[in-house]
Design a protein around this ligand. Structure first.
Ligand code: 5GP
Ligand code: MN
Length: 328
């Protein structure tokens, strides 16, 4: 069973020095949840720091508050009495930040992934929440006054995890909270511009190469492509520049499941799954040690060969889709 947000809040109110940890390969919701919770805790009069083990993609740094997030090494000597993870479904998702926990469980976990493993002492997780940032807002609005900077960074996660208010998870609560945050000074245009309009020429070249690898199967319901280490280096790109590519595959008419294989570094393959309306791709990701949501999931496999992984995962996806399609 999960704990309530009221229990999380009661635990946070008892804290004096807090460490907030996000997940590796940070996305907008993760970055938003870490930065917002740190700002809320500081407004509550506590000492708080935020940590994400992987580098934060540069374009998020235009949003206020994002730059307060520190690396694992910067926080090596930080003393805290309460550790909180946000937007992470399992302990492995926090990557090297696990070193800061010194073998202990996080005191609090706040999440919204279907595949959450309840790895903390107090765990809040509700997959009906479109974004972890919605839960952070529910904590914040109870405890502090919002200023425009906090409102904007809190809105970032709600905007990105709903695909800017267009995915199936975009319910009335999303619009209500977003409206409240805009009233409190958040600038949605600045968020949209930072997140959606930062494509570089190198990334465009990479997209062209990626689409050259596109395959379709199952009457066009399954689509997949890959980006190899070689393709990334040739175009002066890194894994960070692949964000959003799987969404472009899903956008093809008739595609239900889109899969992107990203090899980075060599023989280390991250697989991104997206579905459009009925397939639960977290079930496919779970088979390969990953997890996530019904419409967006992922997994990472080390010491594997890209073509072998493609064969294995596509076979599993076909098997899944054959049944899912019948049940649809
Ligand atoms: P992405 O495809 O953008 O990397 O990830 C999509 C979703 O799947 C995100 O919500 C992310 O949290 C989840 N996810 C991605 N990779 C992994 C993984 O290796 N393990 C788990 N449990 N979830 C993952
Ligand atoms: Mn999220």
């Amino acid at each position: 069973m999960f704990n309530s947000l009221a229990e999380v809040l009661a635990r946070l109110q008892r804290a004096e020095r807090v460490l907030v940890i996000g997940h590796i390969k940070p996305d907008g919701d993760d970055i938003s949840s870490v930065a917002s919770l740190v700002l809320i805790l500081r407004k509550m009069g506590k000492i708080a720091e935020g940590c994400i083990a992987d580098d934060i993609p540069w374009f998020y740094k235009e949003i206020p508050g994002v730059s307060l997030i520190k690396s694992v090494s910067e926080l090596r000597n930080y003393r805290y009495d309460t550790a909180v993870t946000v937007d992470a479904s399992e302990l492995a998702r926090i990557g090297d930040a696990v070193k800061l926990l010194s073998g202990a469980k996080p005191d609090v976990t706040i999440d919204h992934h279907k595949t959450n493993t309840r790895f903390g002492e107090i765990n809040f997780c509700d997959s009906d929440y479109a974004a972890a940032a919605l839960a952070i807002y529910e904590i914040g609005r109870e405890t502090v006054d919002y200023d425009p900077d906090l409102a904007e960074v809190n809105l970032l996660g709600i905007a990105t995890d709903t695909g800017f208010f267009k995915y199936g998870n975009t319910d009335a609560k999303v619009f209500t909270y977003a409206a409240e945050l805009v009233k409190q000074g958040a600038d949605i245009q600045r968020i949209a511009s930072a997140v959606l309009e930062h494509t570089t020429l190198n990334e465009i070249k990479l997209v062209v190469e990626m689409f050259n690898t596109l395959s379709l199967a199952m009457d066009g319901k399954l689509a997949w492509a890959h980006v190899s280490t070689e393709m990334l280096t040739r175009n002066n790109c890194t894994e960070q520049d692949t964000e959003g590519l799987v969404g472009q595959i899903r956008s093809i008419h008739g595609v239900e499941v889109a899969i992107l294989f990203i090899e980075w570094p060599h023989n280390h393959v991250h697989i991104s799954f997206r579905s459009k309306s009925y397939a639960d791709v977290s079930e496919i990701a779970l088979k390969f040690g990953g997890g996530g949501h019904a419409r967006a999931a992922g997994c990472s496999c080390k010491d594997v060969e890209l073509p072998t992984m493609i064969d294995k995962v596509i076979a599993a996806a076909k098997e899944y889709l054959a049944v899912a399609h019948l049940e649809e």
